[in-house]
Design a protein around this ligand. Sequence first.
Ligand code: CTP
Ligand code: MG
Length: 227
Amino acid sequence: QDTVALVPAAGRGERLGPGAPKSLRHLGGEPLVVHAVRRLAAANSVAAVVVAAPPGAAETVRELLAPVVLTAELVVVEGGGTRQASVAAALAAAPAHCDVVLVHDAARALAPPELADAVAAAVRAGHPAVVPVLPVVDTVRQLGEDGGASSTIDRERLRLVQTPQGFARSVLAEAHASCEDSLTDDAGLVERLGLPVHTVPGHASALKVTRPFDLVIADAVLAAERS
Ligand code: CTP
Ligand code: MG
């Protein structure tokens, strides 16, 4: 069973503030998308990587990745107006021989290769959908429907969801074909098919760069790795 990793990288990064699309912003001297692709390609299980580039920037992304030595096949397509459209575009371009699919946000640029391997292994072991998760460390409080009285939620069973998420290809394809509205992840689509979503332990380095503060943290993670 060959595994392909799809990399939605077409978002604008509005919460990061004005500038280039988020996946093209630099971290330790390289764009986020380069970090993400290098780490995915370094995973033993990953045979191919398909990047969904920002609209109009597919050639730019190809040029950025050209000097990077990869042991996986690389395809770059243009993404779409929503994350889901970007994943669908990448899935359509995935090599036919791959029947396990990972979906990994370029914004989680520092996720270690071992995490991709762990997710892919769980799919190969028979789970149709797999997500890496972390426990919630903060106490969680839910507001009332009117924004009024709030109550504490038991955090013991809550988990924060990361990527790479892994799927049997047929399952991800069906989930995308059967759902029009935009969700923030792919496991959410699969869940609507009534299939169970399996969890594996996530990794702190797989944090998502969303706001400027996250770039500070990611910079520190990278510096620690390099020292
Ligand atoms: N993404 C994508 N296509 C879109 C929107 C998002 O490929 N139309 C990708 C982003 O590039 C990112 C991942 O989906 O790697 C997660 O999305 P998010 O963190 O929300 O990134 P952005 O949408 O770029 O950021 P923002 O929501 O702050 O604009
Ligand atoms: Mg977004």
